[in-house]
Design a protein around this ligand. Structure first.
Ligand code: NAP
Length: 258
């Protein structure tokens, strides 16, 4: 008996998570704005898998609609998997970005996953089980590659996942950050981009299937396109080397003269 709440389940990565988790026998709560798409997916998945699927129409950038989803999470002890997937991109430079669009992107990519997680985490810790899947991006590690605030929102999701895992993984709660690279979904067109100009695009089914292998292995960080896991391990090792220098009460010698 396991129920997953998936945000952004009406298309792309979220819709494939819904299909795959349904096939594993999870009951589902599907969240997005497009009710018709959610309802169509829900009835197909109920029929094919004999599971219960609920639909919540919510714009997660709208405080009162987000509140509805938060209440649902707080009041339902059966939800033991939260997939923070809903997200959008913003094409263009920081200098020319409209503040209202940046505000909406921060609400969707940063505030919503943070508050949704906070609505379930204490119950998961008290129960000693539960999983949070956060969809970040490889751009979290490659901010120079993308102008504007999108990469920074995804770096937040990665950092939150790492810090949350440090807090709750010893208490039976599993946190995974998935870092897709270019994946064939609607996100480019929605942001005014053109996916046909992007090289090396992964198919969305392959991305989610790989992410679920990482989930089953209880990986903290899953980066499906990276061929050698040693590359990630070397990156983490370098972080540890750097961190060893943080515990000095004196500035480094190179800063002692101008
Ligand atoms: N595709 C890639 O190349 C790629 C790479 C790295 C990371 N990602 C991340 O993957 C996640 C899923 O994106 P995707 O690629 O699958 O794109 P997508 O096909 O555009 O899906 C985005 C989903 O989020 C929902 N959504 C958008 N705005 C929303 C809002 N205001 N309130 C509630 N739901 C909203 C959309 O549904 P409605 O329109 O029905 O609300 C849709 O279900 C995002 O977090 C994205 O940053 C994608």
């Amino acid at each position: 008996m396991s129920t997953a709440l998936i945000t952004g389940a009406s298309s792309g990565i979220g819709a494939i998570y819904a299909r795959r988790l349904a096939a594993r026998g999870n009951d589902l709560v599907l969240v997005a704005r497009a009710t018709d798409r959610l309802e169509a997916l829900a009835s197909e998945l109920r029929e094919a898998n004999g599971i219960s699927v609920e639909v919540i129409t919510a714009d997660l950038t709208n405080a009162s609609q987000l509140q509805t989803v938060l209440e649902r999470l707080r009041s339902d002890p059966m939800i033991d998997i939260l997939v923070n997937n809903a997200g959008a991109a913003l094409v263009g430079n920081f200098a020319s970005a409209e503040p209202e669009k940046m505000d909406a992107l921060l609400s969707l990519n940063v505030v919503a996953p943070t508050l949704l997680t906070s609505a379930v985490i204490s119950k998961m810790v008290a129960r000693g089980n539960g999983s949070i899947i956060n969809i970040a991006s490889v751009l979290a590690l490659l901010p120079e590659y993308s102008h504007g605030i999108y990469a920074a929102t995804k770096a937040y999701v990665l950092t939150l996942s790492q810090s949350l895992a440090a807090e709750v993984s010893g208490k039976g709660v599993y946190v995974q950050a998935v870092l897709p690279a270019a994946t064939r979904t609607e996100i480019y067109e929605r942001a005014g981009g053109d996916i046909s100009k992007v090289p090396d695009v992964m198919e969305v089914e392959a991305l989610v299937d790989a992410a679920l292998v990482g989930f089953d292995r209880r990986e903290l960080i899953t980066i499906p396109p990276v061929p050698e896991v040693e590359a990630w391990e070397a990156f983490e090792h370098a972080r540890g080397v750097l961190a060893a220098g943080f515990s000095n009460s004196e500035p480094a010698q190179r800063y002692k003269s101008s």
